[in-house]
Structures are given as C-alpha cells and as structure tokens.
Design a protein around this ligand. Sequence first.
Ligand code: AR6
Length: 507
Amino acid sequence: GQQKERTSSCCQLKDMGRLQHGDMKLGPLRFDKRHTVLIDVDTFNSQRIFVSQKGRDLWHSDFVKMPCSQVAHQKSRWDVISKKLKSLASKKTASVKDVEEAIIKYNPKYKDQWSFDALHTLDKITPYTENYYKTLFPKIAALALKLPKFVNKAIPLLRKGQSAAITLSQVQISCLLANAFFCTFPHRNTSSPNAEYSGYPSINFNSLFGNWSRRKGEKLRAIMHYFKEVTDESTQPKGLVTFERECLSYTDMPTWESCKANLSKLHITSEGQIELEGKGMLQVDFANSLIGGGVLGSGLLQEEILFVINPELIVARLFTEKLEDNECLIITGSQQFSSYLGFGDSFEWAGPYEDQSERDEWARRKTKILAIDAMNFRHSVDQYRMRHITRELNKAYCGFKGYDGHENPDIATGKWGCGAFNGDPQLKALIQLMAAAKAKRGLAFFTFGDENLKQHLQRIYELMFAEGITVGTLYKLLRDFSSAKHCDSHVDLFDFIEKNRNSKSHL
Ligand code: AR6
C-alpha cells in the first residue's frame, strides 16, 4: 500500500511526460527535401485552412501510383472508376451488391477471386445500423471521387534506407481511404514476390470484405463508423497528420557494451492500456514490418486494434515500404474514432470515441504513435542469441531516441513482441528499459493484466536502480545470460541478473 509506494523507485502514471505538458514551438508549417506536405503551407500558415498543394501527376517508381493519374492507360481506367462511383454517389441508398459490382467492374481480373461475403453478412447481423450502411456507401463513393481535387501533389513513397516524412490533412487521408475502400489503387492487387509493390503492405480493402468471421464483422463496424464520421460535414476532422520514417544510421547505433547510461524512470502497471492511459506519450505499436500487419485481413492483435480504432493509420500502408531492422515509423496527430472491448477473438466495437486531444501548431492531434516491429521467433531459443538481442535493442532505440523537430514525451509500451511474435516478456522489458535509458526517456510499462511480470519487473528494476547499474553492465550480463541459456533453457533472466549482477558491477 502507501508505505510501499513511497519507498519504491518506480514512479506513478501522473509523473510521466506527455505531449500535453510541454508546448514545443514548431514554427510555421514548412516542407523540405525530406518532408513532403500535401497541403498549401502558405494558406495554412496565414489562414489555418487546408487547400490541396498543387503539383504534377507523377507515374514514377518513387511515388504512389494514383488511380486518377492522367497517364494514358490509367486515364481510361479512372474513367470507368469515376463513372461507376458517380452512379453510386448519385443514389440515396446503395446495396452491398452495388458496391461489389462497381469494384469488380474496374478490377475484372479478380471477379472469381474476391469475395464480399463479410460485407454482405455485416448488413444482416449488425444491430447498430438502422440501415446506415446503405446510405453510407454513396457518401464513401462521393468522397473517393474527389481524389483528383483533394490530392494534387504526388505522394512520395517512404522507402527503405531513407528518413522522410509526409504531412497531409485528415480530409485527404479520408479521401485516400475511400479509394482504398473501393479498391481503386492500381498495381496493388498482386502479392507475387516480383510484383512492383511486393515490398509494401496491401492497401485495397478487398481482403476485408471476404471470409466472414465475427472478427471481420467487428472490424468492419469500426471502419464503417470512421467513414460515417468523415463523410459528415459536422463531424469531419479538421487537422493534419504526419507520417515519418526514421532510419537509424550505423554510426548512430549505440555501442551497447560501453554505454554508461543509468536506467531512466519507470512506471509499471498491470492495469490499463497503451492507447488510453498512454495518450500523449509516445505510444508503441507492436508492429509488423509491413505496417498495420493483418489489419485488412482477420488479424486483431494490438497493432490491428490500434489501426481499426484509429483508421487514419491505415493510410501508412499506401506509402510505407517494409521496415528494415534499423527503421521505425512515427505517426503524429492521428485521431481515435472508436472505442473497443476485448482482444483477438473477444474484440468488440464498443461505439464512437470522442477524441479530446488538443492540436499542436500544425493542427495535429497531440498524439504520437511509434511503430516498431519486433522479431518473430518461431523457436523461442533464438531470441537469446546476442545478434538478435542487439537487433531488438537497436530497433527499440531507433524508435525511442527522439528526433529533431519532435517534442519527446515519455514512452508507453508493454509486452512488445511477446504475443504473436513469441518473445520472452522479461527479456523484452529489459531491452526496452535499456533503449529508453540510452534515449534518456521514461517508460510506462503496461503488462496488460500480467501481475506476475509486474511484480518481477518492479523488483528487478528497484534492485538495478538502487545500485545505479549501467546499460553497458546489463549488456554484458545479457551476454553471460545468453551463454547460460544455451546450456540450460530453464534459466530465468531476472533471477540471473539478481544473482550475477555484482560480478559485473565493477565493469
Ligand atoms: N496495451 C498493452 N498491452 C497490450 C495491448 C494494449 N492495448 N494489447 C495487447 N497487449 P501482440 P507482437 C499485450 O501479440 O507479439 C500483429 O499482427 C498482450 O499481452 O499484438 O509484437 C502485428 O501486425 C499481448 O499478448 O504483439 C504483428 O504481425 C502482447 O501485448 C504481430 O501481431 C503482445 O501483443 C506482432 O506481435
């Protein structure tokens, strides 16, 4: 109780640094070689309104190939698309059958491959609708049709090996997602290894519409709710979002072994969730290297849930190439639209969510999401190899380190890589503590109901903190642990540190 709280070196949630607290001066919105802005910065800076930035249509391997591009073969396809969408948009109500028919019209190759049974079923099962989907489809079609008007400047691809950012308005995002809904993006439907976009996540929504399951139904509810909000004048979001790919150069990779940093502050709790209690902190997305993972399929783990309740994140799939070991994606300003309950099979859409986050000078919600992909360990023992431990340290550090032009709040994370990816929660917690220490940022660790991990982590942290253990010493202990684990797979990391820490304390 009280007594324990006072003597603990762990801190409370209210002590964690959030975006709301400091207000960093961003200065006027500006673009540069590394930062593409899809709205006109001058009108934004002077009047705070969002006008599409003029630009040339580029059918080029460095840019997103747009469905409304004017290159010859695409122009005729857009003619078909816009004819179909116009006819849908002109109706008061449209059926799933109408949607399906439109999509297949300009994707004829997939007539026998794509199924729409999930969309059909949704119509029948959902108690929330009063038929709102039928009136919503025409509105999504109308929104999709505005693409040539809303997005003029070519969207650069965020490619591997390059740090670069894209800022766009929430309305532009909704228009791109309306196109994804209607499966209009060209060259994005094949996943064969040598296809042009094979290194990118999928973006067209066809995979969300087939293979009905309860999971799909709940996801679709959240996605449809998003479209309902963005197609309604009164609820349409008015702000910007930035997607930023950061690449940690080899010269910036810490020499872990000689790192003198001490542990930073830690809040540890078995209650609460990263997305709620962590709002305003740097919120970790337990990502897939293909951003969004199974969000357009049947996946419903931490990342997919995050993307379903903040659907603007899905647009990252349009332009973010697969993340490499030394890369992360940071999203600033995305908005939460839905509440939810449960996880995986028990996930349920729980109604609208009113996002109250303030906006920064660039009209972005004060939220920051960090996508870092842990390694997927099919064989658990593999994760104790030093090569893999170092990879995970660098991956976490790449995300945690803080970048120019960013306010750097504390980090909200948890059992990163420890569900679908089979990681050891103790090891992953220690890795994240080390990376946060090197980055000089505090950590709020949500164990998601794991009382056991909470207690053990708290205990070992207090021991290490009291003794002023450095990251370098921990790295060396991990190396010894790695060898010990090799001989005896039952060794427990925290026990090992407790027993052996003094043998290394002089180092
Ligand atoms: N807040 C805190 N902790 C959570 C939350 C939450 N909202 N949700 C889950 N956890 P997992 P991974 C805990 O399996 O292993 C996706 O498909 C919970 O204990 O989502 O890194 C991605 O696209 C859970 O078991 O992350 C990747 O393909 C643990 O965090 C893949 O999964 C790990 O969550 C990544 O798998």
